[in-house]
Design a protein around this ligand. Structure first.
Ligand code: CU
Length: 149
């Protein structure tokens, strides 16, 4: 089937994963607050890894992991989150999440915040996914009470 092979070679889009992001949201902040968290579910059609996140509202975005450590919940930056093919990975309060640091302005409930996710495939090829995250009220359960930055 030489034709099929040729067609595959001519379709560079096949090199990239289909990525689905659902329910992206960010916690609202009070004035002067410099830190917030972003949460969502991500699924990728091919094995990939979330390696970087950017947002125009934050000086820097870190990927964090929350875990129990000797009975205390702590969070720490991690270099990335694995996205096994076809599996939905939840970034949520209490687990992996994105940490928006050095916020440039207040995030108000009802608005939306652009996030750029950078995914890296096994062959090190990178693709970006643009996401608009809804800002939800401060009282949405999350992890501010653990925030020791
Ligand atoms: Cu965090």
């Amino acid at each position: 089937m030489p034709y099929a092979a040729a067609i595959l070679l001519l379709a560079p889009a096949c090199a990239f994963a289909q990525v689905r992001v659902s329910d992206p949201w960010v916690r609202a902040t009070v004035p002067q607050q410099k830190v917030s968290g972003a949460f969502m579910q991500i699924s990728s059609s091919r094995d990939a890894r979330l390696v970087e996140v950017r947002s125009p509202v934050a000086g820097v975005v870190e990927i964090h992991e929350m875990a129990m450590d000797k009975g205390v919940i702590r969070m720490r930056p991690v270099p990335g989150v694995d996205l096994p093919a076809g599996r939905t990975v939840g970034l949520k309060p209490g687990g992996y999440h994105m940490m928006l640091l050095d916020l440039k302005r207040q995030l108000k409930a009802g608005e939306s915040v652009p996030l750029t996710l950078v995914l890296e495939a096994k062959d090190r090829k990178r693709q970006t996914v643009e996401v608009k995250a809804a800002v939800r009220p401060l009282n949405t359960p999350a992890h501010d009470q653990y925030m020791g930055h």
